[in-house]
Design a protein around this ligand. Sequence first.
Ligand code: SR1
Length: 347
Amino acid sequence: MKLRSITLAIALLAGAALAPQTAAYAAGIPGAPAPFDKGGVRVALINYLSSGDFFQAYEAGAQQQAKALGIDLRIFEGRQNAAEQREQIQQAINSGVKGIVINHGLPESLKDVVQQALDKGIKVVAFDVNVDNPKVPQIEQSDHQLADLVLNQVIKDNGPAFSAGYVYVAGFAPLDRRNEIWTAFKAAHPQVKEKAQWGAVDDQTAASVANQASAVYRAHPDISVVFAPYDEFARGASLAADEAGIASKIKIYSADISTSDIEAIRKPGSAWVATAATNPAVIGEVSVRAVSLLLAGQDPGHQIVVEPVLITRNDLVSNDIKTIADLGEKFPAFHASNAAQASWIPH
Ligand code: SR1
């Protein structure tokens, strides 16, 4: 088995609790609207980013929902390359897909190719990238609420006065939305001093962020809180704190969750103490359902939002939560979403 297949298999296992007995309707769903009554509907999932737990679980959720709907899902791997993502959309258009799910990307490089797809009658939905087109439903995780949840926990744990580090890269819709809340938070808490901002999004984000964080921690030993609202950022910030031997002096707050994140947060003495998250596999499912509703001539709504939950180390330890599946049992909202749902769509 190739590495990519192994990681996907792990992600599928992590999301297995979502629908362990998912039915697959390769030959069509009885009673479903066309084209799902016949099966074999071709849809492309075009990623900008593919590496990391979040994106692997997202893909696994998309595949699971596609299988249940009898969709032939073609997945285009993301390599943080805007030109390549454009080409992939063009390839998908030329290959005759009926629907396209776009997962992240840079809006300016996507708008015209998305319009080309729409002009050919292809249905398009977008997760976490605003292509600014009324015909393209936007899926997001309520990033404002997500940042609010975790920043409330920051105040609970640390009070209103501390020196902070902030991990951020501009240009990604979810990070930009979380940044709006961080900016408002700093204005509302003038005794929170942001001492340093850093960040990287590449094919080894956690390692890049860890390298930067090591230098930041040396230059600003007074930093006691790090807001790192992406799990790869938090993993890097936490690794650097461990390496510097300062994990007991820093608290890290993030976004996202995976089984390996749970393990990192639960680790005795870990600096990473809380996160706010949705289940990325559920977002993948919602994305495929949204494009399916469009294909069936139904309206998924323009703004499709999945609500996050706050998860603290205390929640994980006191409830003996060790995996994403355990988490789904504790937080039903984490397990599944009603977004973009219809009675004919199997789960
Ligand atoms: C680089 S953007 C990373 C974020 O995208 C998804 O919204 C995940 O929540 C992740 O934090």
